[in-house]
Write a protein that binds this ligand. Structure first.
Ligand SMILES: Cc1ncc(COP(=O)(O)O)c(C=O)c1O
Length: 379
């Protein structure tokens, strides 16, 4: 039973079929040749850009940059933002609940530029302390980086509210949407952010695919992170010039087979029901287990997605994960790429069960009874 959907989702048949179709029949590189197979491959790739733009309500398809995943998107953003907008002494605010992918690129940028990071804390339940944000922004703050939904806490952050605070202070807002894109209908314009990054493989698409959306006027000012084929306008020995967005950011051969699979992935995502019944059941039942501390608890379950991270007293998370694996249940254990959040809660790691709409009530019941059994084996 697969309950590690926040790490990567299962891939539906329509996505696998499309990948096989392109890989078997459509071998050609993009944007380069005049032959018809190349034209078809390019069309499939560019149609995916249009589909993603429509899906996230981007004003223009050219604002969609294809990457290999959220990590690549965030690094690309950090490089370009750093070169275009960050100087020595500037500040970047990053939330305490971020995945390492939305921490480390900003640290790298800060050490390159002589800038610094300020941490927006979470409260004991894991909610962002938004009330502190206005006081953290000053004349040197250039950017706020926050996830739409934390991969540990499963809480939906109030992005529109954060965007209003950022806009008032003249600060850019970047949203890590790696989990948000899976569980929320994303409208980047309604959210009010300046950048939104996500991966294809968590939203039922192919591994090695991802997206960075950014506002045109910002992307146009940002230099590319990688140089090479297809990202240039002209190449001369004294200097080269860049192609317009999005190609400026897509150097070299792209994911010819994977990226077009974002179209069937989006189709599936739109059809997926929201498993509120399973979510409410698991949420209630987990809290009845003796010595279990659930992180990301909230009175309003509409603000929580079915990502449950917890710590069990006198039962190590790795031991529990191994026993649960023997019982046929795949869970995530450890720091969940969020070491600062583990430090905040004073734990060395957690156990995480993350559900997708294809997980049934029967599976939820089996998970809970198995967890109770596994805990009793260790105590
Ligand atoms: C919130 C969040 N951000 C970023 C990432 C990184 O995604 P990827 O490994 O697909 O690049 C993840 C993956 O778990 C995530 O959950």
């Amino acid at each position: 039973m697969y309950l590690d959907n926040a790490a990567t989702s299962l891939r539906p048949q329509n996505v696998i079929d499309r990948w096989e179709e392109i890989s078997a029949l459509g071998t050609a590189n993009l944007h380069r040749a005049v032959h018809h197979i190349a034209a078809e491959a390019t069309e499939a790739y560019e149609n995916a850009r249009k589909a993603v733009a429509e899906f996230v309500h981007a004003p223009e398809a050219e604002e969609i940059i294809f990457t290999s995943g959220a990590t690549h998107s965030l690094n690309l953003a950090a490089f370009g933002i750093g070169e275009a907008f960050i100087s020595e002494g500037d500040e970047i605010v990053v939330s305490e609940a971020e995945h390492h992918s939305n921490i480390v690129p900003w640290q790298m940028l800060c050490s390159r530029k002589g800038a610094s990071i300020k941490v927006l804390p979470v409260d004991d339940a894991g909610r962002l302390r938004i009330e502190l944000l206005p006081g953290m922004l000053n004349g040197r703050t250039r950017l706020v980086c926050v996830s739409h939904i934390s991969n540990v806490l499963g809480l939906v952050n109030p992005i529109p509210e954060i965007a209003v605070i950022c806009k008032r202070a003249g600060v850019l807002l970047l949203v890590d949407g790696a989990q948000g894109i899976v569980h929320q209908a994303v409208d980047v314009q309604a959210l009010g952010c300046d950048f939104y990054a996500f991966s294809g493989h968590k939203m039922y698409g192919a591994p090695g695919t991802g997206v960075l959306w950014g506002r045109r006027e910002l992307l146009e000012k940002m230099p590319p992170m990688f140089g090479g084929g297809e990202m240039i306008e002209t190449v001369k020995w004294d200097a080269s010039t860049w192609a317009p967005i999005p190609r400026k950011f897509e150097a070299g051969t792209q994911n010819i087979s994977g990226t077009p699979c974002l179209i069937p992935a989006i189709e599936i995502l739109k059809q997926m029901p929201h498993g509120n019944e399973v979510k409410a059941f698991v949420y209630e039942e987990l809290q009845k287990i003796d010595g279990l501390r659930l992180f990301g608890a909230t009175a309003d379950l509409s603000l929580k997605v079915p990502v449950f991270s917890f710590y069990v007293e006198r039962a190590h998370h790795e031991d529990l994960a191994l026993i649960m694996d023997k019982m046929g249940i795949a869970l995530r254990s450890g720091q969940m790429c969020a070491e600062p959040l583990m430090d905040r809660f004073g734990v060395s790691g957690m156990l995480r069960a993350s559900f997708a709409p294809y997980n049934t009530m029967h599976e939820a019941e089996y998970f809970l009874s198995s967890l109770r059994k596994a805990i009793s084996m260790l105590r």
